[in-house]
Design a protein around this ligand. Structure first.
Ligand SMILES: NC(=O)c1ccc[n+]([C@@H]2O[C@H](COP(=O)([O-])OP(=O)(O)OC[C@H]3O[C@@H](n4cnc5c(N)ncnc54)[C@H](O)[C@@H]3O)[C@@H](O)[C@H]2O)c1
Length: 261
């Protein structure tokens, strides 16, 4: 279902992005990879670019072809570089790229945002998420963080809360909706990639180990890539604004605890 499709994959130099790009290529797609770092064994078309600034996003967009079928927004930071870079890459840069590329996506194309179980708190923190996703364009993120009194340690979960809320808003945003472009999210639990070590440092071993224990093992990039690519495919043509948990059952377990069933 991906044969002949052109798919943009960000975060292609490592982990989930690398696996998604490889699998998409195996399934017959033409892959354009984006990352701030060079991939070690890059075979697909690659654009070295930085999603953390408006200028970086514009530079990436200038190098893209005029027609694409899907964007897999996989690139992300763990939060260990502070709230400004984390919100910039994980949300505002991702959104700016998606909005800039939207006119080049074919009708019925797809955007997949790799969020996280870490964004689970979007409902509990709804007013903050509404305010921060309501800011148009690529803002001065340092000023946003100062205005909303945001702390470095909340950068990662907050970035994913914003991404989950925006995924639902974007599904009904005229820029995408008028041309039938679907916008969905995939939320992994802990996945064995380089970022997991950073999560251990940011969140603590106890939190990460508890999540892994709930579902028996950590995920691998190979567990996540097929979920991302399914949402890219026409097989997902009636799925829009949804969040697909790819976490071995972690969200179900947390729901049971939080909601008491
Ligand atoms: N691994 C996990 O446990 C886990 C769990 C939930 C969600 N996620 C999400 O999955 C996505 C992929 O993470 P991963 O596990 O593959 O981690 P990873 O660290 O292996 O890969 C992240 C990639 O993003 C790239 N990147 C970072 N900043 C960038 C920038 N400014 N511009 C362009 N590219 C940039 C990095 O260079 C890297 O190649 C992230 O959004 C992450 O939040 C991961």
């Amino acid at each position: 279902m991906l044969f002949g499709k052109t798919i943009l994959v960000t975060g292609v130099a490592s982990g989930i992005g690398a696996r998604t790009a490889n699998l998409a290529a195996q399934m017959g797609a033409d892959v354009i990879g984006v990352d701030v770092r060079e991939p070690a064994n890059g075979s697909a078309a690659f654009i070295k670019g930085d999603l953390s600034t408006a200028a970086g996003v514009a530079d990436i967009v200038a190098q893209l072809p005029t027609r694409l079928d899907a964007i897999a927004n996989v690139a992300g930071l763990s939060g260990n570089t502070g709230i400004v870079s984390t919100l910039s890459v994980n949300f505002y840069g991702l959104r700016a790229l998606s909005e800039a590329v939207a006119p080049r996506l074919r009708e019925g194309g797809a955007i997949i945002n790799v969020a996280s179980i870490a964004g689970y708190g979007w409902r509990a923190n709804l007013e903050r998420a509404k305010a921060l996703t309501g800011i148009d364009g690529f803002p001065d993120v340092a000023a946003v963080a100062a205005k909303h009194d945001l702390r470095d340690e909340e950068g990662y979960p907050l970035s994913k809360e914003l991404l989950l809320l925006w995924t639902m808003r974007a599904a009904h945003q005229p820029l995408f909706k008028q041309r039938g472009i679907r916008v969905n999210a995939v939320s992994p639990g802990p996945v064995e990639t380089p970022i997991l070590k950073q999560f251990r440092a940011v969140l603590g071993d106890a939190r990460v180990d508890s999540d892994i224990t709930r579902v028996g093992r950590a995920g691998t990039s190979a567990d996540i890539a097929p979920a991302v690519l399914f949402l890219c495919s026409d097989g997902a043509r009636w799925i829009n604004g949804a969040n697909l948990a790819a976490d071995g059952g972690l969200e179900a377990s947390i729901n049971a605890e939080v909601l008491g069933f």
